[in-house]
Design a protein around this ligand. Structure first.
Ligand SMILES: NC(=O)c1ccc[n+]([C@@H]2O[C@H](COP(=O)([O-])OP(=O)(O)OC[C@H]3O[C@@H](n4cnc5c(N)ncnc54)[C@H](OP(=O)(O)O)[C@@H]3O)[C@@H](O)[C@H]2O)c1
Length: 218
């Protein structure tokens, strides 16, 4: 499969490498072609990796990943060209973080709206799945924790898209918890803050969420 990744940061590069390891072709996009981080990543990633603009990545990918600074999502999508997203699955990994008052950041939207819903409204014909936003990039691929595979929460309006993403998550090494429609982003984006605050308070970034269950009646 051809994967287009919008974003050259830690998430874009981590997921890009993960998709390559799983045998896919990946094009990483930035605001301009020849982005230094993307070019360095391509150099170290082999012949199935390429880079270009956001538009190049969006045109190339059969499956797309949005891994941009949350406050820049709209700008990145406009630069990429919304037509290129039409009908495709878009993994929205972003969080609407506001760093204006320093670290830890706050969320710039919440309760009655979310970054995930904003992305879905910008791209009404695209099958947006919010995913990967509740864990640090270092643990996104083949997470290795003593308690077994952690769970990745996802949400989105298209069940078939979520099934495809769920299968991918299985290959990445995750359990999957589907929270329903894209409005679930109103909960998943604050959950990112839980992950961040625990990291900031503990000084360690090696944690991930897992839901414990038992069978049988209460
Ligand atoms: N880092 C993590 O561990 C982690 C974990 C979970 C979720 N997330 C979320 O995932 C997203 C990506 O995070 P990240 O740390 O990998 O990268 P990031 O530094 O948040 O974003 C980097 C990307 O944003 C683009 N960008 C920045 N300003 C822009 C603008 N004005 N217009 C258009 N695009 C712009 C950059 O474009 P250029 O390439 O052109 O510079 C770059 O591709 C974020 O929303 C973050 O909250 C991060």
């Amino acid at each position: 499969m051809k994967v287009g990744i919008l974003g050259t940061g830690d998430v874009g590069r981590t997921l890009g490498t993960a998709f390559l390891e799983l045998g896919h072709k990946v094009r990483m996009g930035a605001r301009a072609r020849g982005n230094e981080k993307a070019a360095t990543w391509v150099k170290s990633s082999g012949p199935q990796a390429s880079e270009g603009s956001f538009a190049d990545a969006a045109t190339f990918g059969e499956l797309l990943v949005l891994a941009t600074l949350g406050s820049s999502n709209e700008s990145a999508i406009q630069l990429a060209g919304p037509k290129s997203f039409e009908g495709k699955i878009l993994l929205d990994t972003t969080n609407p973080l506001d760093f204006s008052k320093g670290f830890p950041p706050s969320l710039s939207v919440g309760h009655t709206d979310s970054g995930g819903e904003q992305v879905q409204r910008l791209l009404p014909g695209t099958r947006v799945v919010k995913v990967f936003n509740t864990v640090g990039h270092a643990h996104m691929f083949r997470p290795d924790f003593p308690g077994g595979p952690p769970d990745m929460f996802l949400c989105g309006n298209d069940d078939a898209a979520k099934k495809t993403v769920g299968e991918l998550l299985g290959q990445f090494g995750w359990g999957v918890i589907d929270l329903g429609g894209i409005e679930g982003s109103r909960l998943l984006e604050p959950l990112c803050m839980v992950w961040v605050l625990h990291g900031a308070r503990s000084g360690s970034w090696n944690h991930a969420f897992k839901m414990l269950r038992r069978s049988g009646a209460q």
